[in-house]
Design a protein around this ligand. Structure first.
Ligand code: PXP
Length: 308
């Protein structure tokens, strides 16, 4: 995807600049020996340091370009808090701006059919104000599809939706409704909206998402996050790893989300094909104590540290 490609190019550019700047600075390092000795040492030293810088530049470009998992922040819970009083605050639009300023590369919101948190006004204003990318989570129903086409988010993520659930439960069954989803994806693409499917880490669903024409899949990490013991968690991590590898081999961009927090995200970061994660609850919960900016920055820093 273009966001990721841009990062790779930027990383390479920065690395080349580091190399030249470091080499230039080394040539100005003063020594305290005689002129001849100084010249000899300085040339040798400079050459060695240049090799070191080249190695560092290569390493940093390689690491940064391949490993940095990015963060999209889901702001539904800010809207949930607002709806608790039926008033106007806190405003998810303001939350989105703070999340972006703190390092999020995308803002995610779920416009549910029952409008229990995010509403039509939020989506309209988010479309106007979000500067990174706006990912609209939605069920593939005629009403919400119409809203997506009117507001033109950068990306839609199709999710299953049941009125009685507390939050999205499980992945979407794309394989079962392949014909419907293929038509919907085409409609989104006609309007230049990218498409992601929120699915279980299963080959059948990955194949269906690819056949339907999506360019992205978001792997459901709920089972991993809710695992009751280490074995269960490691088994699910293996499934997520294998699914990511398979999806990437089909040319899909791989993202993941649901139930990820400041602890369990660390193992997720070891999946090489994973490019982005979407987190809501853990970040907003932490924000209640330390503020949204600090909570987003903490997660971005974690991703930097724990990315491969
Ligand atoms: N991805 C999808 C598709 C979701 O439905 C949700 C929950 O709204 C998330 C990610 C974020 O999950 P959580 O709030 O548990 O971080």
């Amino acid at each position: 995807m273009s966001y990721y490609q841009d990062d790779k190019n930027t990383a390479l550019l920065i690395s080349v600049q580091i190399f030249f700047i470091s080499s230039a600075e080394i040539s100005y390092i003063p020594t305290h020996k005689s002129f001849r000795y100084e010249a000899k040492v300085s040339v040798g030293f400079r050459r060695e340091m240049s090799y070191l810088c080249a190695f560092y530049a290569f390493l940093s470009s390689f690491c940064f370009a391949l490993v940095m998992i990015q963060l999209a922040v889901n702001i539904d819970h800010i809207a949930t808090l607002r709806e608790a009083r039926g008033g106007i605050e806190p405003d998810p639009v303001a939350a989105a701006a703070i999340a972006e300023l703190s390092g999020a590369v995308g803002i995610v919101c779920h416009l549910r059919e029952d409008r229990r948190h995010v509403n039509d006004r939020d989506v309209r204003l988010l479309r106007e104000t979000v500067k990174t990318k706006l990912d609209l989570e939605m069920a593939a129903t005629p009403e919400i599809i119409g809203i997506a086409i009117d507001t033109l988010p950068d990306l839609v993520t199709f999710v299953p939706e049941r009125r009685e659930e507390l939050t999205t439960e499980g992945g979407l069954d794309v394989a079962k409704n392949l014909h419907h989803y293929t038509e919907v994806v085409a409609k989104m693409h006609q309007n230049e909206i990218a498409v992601s499917f929120f699915i279980e880490p299963a080959k059948e669903q990955i194949n269906a998402a690819s056949t339907a024409g999506a360019e992205i899949i978001e792997l459901h990490t709920g089972t991993y996050a809710n695992a009751r013991n280490t074995k269960e968690q490691l088994d699910e991590l293996k499934r997520l790893r294998e699914a990511s590898e398979y999806a990437a081999s089909l040319g899909l961009k791989v993202t993941a989300g649901h139930g990820l927090n400041y602890v369990n995200v660390q193992q997720i970061c070891t999946i090489p094909e994973l490019e982005e994660i979407s987190i809501g609850h853990a970040i907003i919960a932490r924000a209640a104590f330390i503020g949204l900016e600090a909570a987003v920055r903490d997660m971005v820093r974690l991703l930097e540290v724990y990315s491969r």
